[in-house]
Design a binder for this molecule. Structure first.
Ligand code: UDP
Ligand code: MN
Length: 804
């Protein structure tokens, strides 16, 4: 009773409030614990990242969306394949989908503008490529169009001459930069002041206070030189004086480091001097050293910065609209990219052994070529900084930025001024849009390094990326090498791993893709995850090639327009003319794969790419070009509609280089490609008469089937011709005759086993009503009749079908 009294009136309210508070408190404690756990977890992760530069074993914990480790569920291979394909699609180079064979050809563009053909720009084999040859090539390439190549940058002069008052200009840019990103404000402002190449400026006062060496060794060998901690000597000593340096050389190295320490005005400069002198020293030694793991920063990294360590960045609620609005500037999250430090750290995703690998001391130098058109400011800068910061300076001859006639204002003066602080960066501006392929050639023609390294303008080079590439070229100058292309998410800009053992391959009709080496093969051959992987084709965006070899190969076909197909062209050319293509797992570069291009195709995108591919097929595929056309590109054979341009020079080049056949390529480089020369072959059996078709003494008739009789052998080609030797079955009024085959003539084409209906029939293509091939009831002739789905006299079978 007493208790009930308490629950009456205001007492009841009080009790309720009390119980609610207790529950609330309990919830609160639980939430607090969860968030404490979160924070701890977060801290732990960060610590781990900081300490280890991210260990490979833990990568899954650190990266939000790891792409690595597709578990092979042996019981469910098909499911796994599905998953794999989905993932692989992400890193496919976008190509317009070829239309299914059954579909009518697309409307053709009647206003194909004549393509710009450059002159013959290849260099005689073994010919020395000197500057005048470069100029010649470049001139022939751009035919009278002016390309301005800023002189080696004398900053004051260039800036003053070009933009008048430097300070005003820089301030203007600072303001623009400020407007774009708050997080990077001080970093960018800092970068606008003078800085030696590759390592950003460091305040000497700060350094005096910091004369104690403070080099972080991340990941057991990575040298992070930072703004206030710039004495690199300890790191470099550790890095360079490995067991292979003889004691005398180690002493010499130490002397150089000591003397440069005394002389140095600017410790960053000092770091460079050390590197340079070291390289000279080690070059003379003719020895090896461990791959350098440089990661130069202009100041200590802010571990809380957006996207730091390659972690996913998030758009705040109130910025979602802005981020969505700005997506189309680059077809990735442009808003987030601007929040991320220009020199952010990314996880060192190399296989463990890579940091221990030895490379030669006298590797060739490289020119890094970035072509771009309307690239987003922040990604272009991040690309350039990743090269400057993570490449051994003595190996980086220069960075050439080729502006393929961008329309954005910020890519003009603002870019000139920004880049003028880096003496290694040169900008080439094309006066007319040339497309990626010719832009690369303009970059190559201006390059002075021994090796050309082409990169897309929205990448981040990872630690130790360069030396493993150059090492392979050093070992064999005909090796053309690609880094592993990792994925920078277009949505949250996180850095993601890709699967190991991926090869660049293609499927018909020349569609690029990735395919994992079979596990069985890896096991049998004891392939390590750091071993170079030979690839039938390269993805195309990122690779290094010996410059002289590039020109010996005739560079790219300059008749290729804008984008697409050039990776196929150079790949076939390399393999068939004596070279090799490899992916080097110890070299890793992140790339933003995006769903669309932020630039326009002067002509229709699909038509541009298919025209490029047709050029490649005509020059390199020999008789296999039928497989290309036969997989949805029949319409390209109509020369009155598609003008693929003049191929004489390319064909001549192939002869001159004495390149091998495509058959050789298939047998030796890509034997796992299914490439039957015809769709079906053998005897043509008529179901109704139970007889086979014969072509003998210019007459078509039926006879008892006989595999040994050559006159009964026909093939059904990829271009849908019914062929015997060089003669093809052709309708003539209601009759059928044999005529010399002509791939360009649509009325020579027959439909068989294509589509969903009348699959056993042989139907005329492109007729208004279905007309089919029919055998006379007494096997006394072959005619054209209206198709009848049940008539067995209209049903035909080949002995072998090579493809559906
Ligand atoms: N590019 C160029 N001119 C063009 C098309 C592309 O300079 O006409 C540049 C582009 O800015 C990029 C590179 O070529 O740096 C490769 O293009 P994209 O990234 O669009 O190709 P994807 O990576 O999608 O294959
Ligand atoms: Mn790209």
């Amino acid at each position: 009773m007493k208790f009930r009294k308490y629950l009456r009136g205001s007492g009841r309210v009080l009790a309720f409030v009390f119980i609610a508070s207790v529950i609330w408190l309990l919830f609160d404690i639980a939430a607090l614990r969860i968030s404490i756990n979160d924070v701890n977890q977060d801290l732990k992760e960060r610590e781990m990242v900081l300490k280890q530069g991210i260990r490979k074993d833990n990568i899954d914990d650190v990266l939000k969306y790891p792409l690595q480790k597709v578990n092979v569920d042996k019981n469910d291979l098909s499911k796994n394949r599905d998953r794999f394909e989905r993932k692989v699609n992400k890193v496919y180079r976008k190509l317009p989908k070829a239309r299914p064979e059954s579909q009518a050809p697309l409307k053709q563009d009647k206003h194909l503008t004549p393509m710009l053909m450059a002159g013959n720009s290849f260099v005689e084999q073994n010919e020395e490529i000197n500057q005048s040859k470069f100029n010649l090539i470049m001139n022939s390439l751009v035919k009278g169009q002016v390309i301005s190549i800023p002189e080696k940058i004398n900053k004051t002069k260039t800036v003053n001459n070009k933009v008048g008052n430097t300070t005003t200009k820089i301030n203007k840019i600072k303001a623009a930069v400020n407007g774009q990103t708050k997080a990077n404000l001080d970093v960018k402002a800092h970068l606008l002041t003078k800085a030696p190449p590759a390592v950003q400026e460091m305040h000497s006062s700060a350094l005096k206070e910091n004369s104690v060496k403070k080099v972080h060794h991340i990941n057991d060998g990575t040298v992070v030189m930072s703004h206030n901690e710039a004495h690199a000597d300890a790191g470099l000593q550790k890095n360079l004086s490995n067991e292979l340096l003889k004691p005398a050389e180690s002493d010499k190295l130490k002397n150089i480091i000591d003397s440069s320490k005394q002389k140095a005005q600017d410790p960053a400069e000092e770091a460079l001097q050390v590197l340079h002198s070291t390289s000279v020293l080690v070059r003379r030694s003719g020895g090896h050293h461990k791959v350098m793991a440089l990661d130069v920063t202009d100041r200590p990294r802010d571990s809380r910065a957006v996207g730091q360590f390659g972690q996913p960045a998030r758009v705040p609620r109130d910025k979602e609209l802005e981020s969505r609005r700005r997506w189309s500037e680059g077809f990735f999250n442009v808003y987030l990219s601007e929040q991320i430090p220009i020199d952010r750290a990314i996880p060192d995703t190399r296989p463990q052994i890579c940091s221990e690998n030895l490379v030669h001391d006298d590797l060739p130098s490289t020119s890094v070529i970035f072509c771009f058109v309307d690239e987003v400011w922040s990604t272009l800068l991040r690309s350039v900084h990743s090269v400057l910061n993570r490449s051994p300076p003595h190996l980086l001859k220069e960075i050439i930025l080729v502006d393929d006639c961008s329309t954005k204002d910020y890519l003009k003066e603002q870019l000139d001024v920004y880049m003028s602080q880096f003496s290694k960066v040169r900008i080439i501006r094309l006066k007319e849009r040339q497309g990626l392929i010719r832009a690369r050639m303009a970059g190559a023609a201006a390059a002075t390094g021994e090796v050309l390294t082409f990169l897309d303008s929205h990448i981040e080079c990872n630690i130790g990326w360069l030396e493993p590439l150059l090492e392979r070229v050093y070992l064999d100058r005909k090796k053309v090498v690609c880094p592993v292309i990792e994925v920078i998410s277009d949505k949250d800009m996180s850095y993601m791993l890709v699967d190991n053992f991926q090869r660049g391959i293609f499927r018909w009709p020349l569609v690029f893709g990735w395919s994992a080496l079979p596990e069985e093969y890896i096991r049998k051959n004891q392939i390590k995850d750091s071993d170079p992987i030979r690839c039938p084709v390269m993805a195309g965006g990122l690779f290094s090639i010996d410059k002289r070899y590039f020109y010996e190969l005739g560079a790219y076909d300059p008749g290729l327009d804008v984008w697409g197909g050039e990776n196929m062209e150079i790949s076939f050319k390399i393999w068939m003319c004596g070279g090799e293509i490899e992916i080097i797992p110890c070299s890793r570069v992140g790339h933003i794969f995006r769903g669309d291009n932020p630039y326009k195709f002067p002509k229709d995108r699909v038509k541009t790419v298919e025209r490029n591919l047709a050029r490649v097929a005509e020059v390199w595929l020999d008789e296999y070009k039928e497989l290309f056309y036969g997989h949805g590109y029949h319409h390209l054979l109509d020369k009155s509609v598609t003008n693929i341009g003049n191929l004489t020079e390319q064909i001549e080049l192939r002869k001159k280089l004495k390149c091998k056949s495509f058959k050789w390529y298939l047998e030796n480089v890509y034997p796992d490609l299914h490439a039957p020369l015809v769709k079906a072959e053998g005897l043509i059996f008529n179901v109704g008469t139970r007889k086979c078709l014969v072509f003998q003494n210019d007459i078509l008739f039926f006879d008892k089937c006989d595999l040994t009789n050559k006159s009964q052998h026909f093939s059904y080609t990829w271009l849908r011709m019914l062929r015997q030797n060089t003669s093809c079955l052709v309708p003539q009024e209601k009759q059928i005759i044999m005529e010399p085959c002509d791939n360009t003539k649509p009325h020579f084409r027959w439909m068989h086993k294509s589509g969903k209906v009348l699959t056993e029939h042989v139907m005329i293509e492109g007729h208004s009503r279905p007309i089919c091939l029919e055998a006379g009831v007494k096997a006394d002739g072959i005619f054209l009749k209206d198709c009848d789905s049940v008539s067995t006299f209209q049903k035909w079978q080949f002995t072998h079908y090579n493809a559906e």
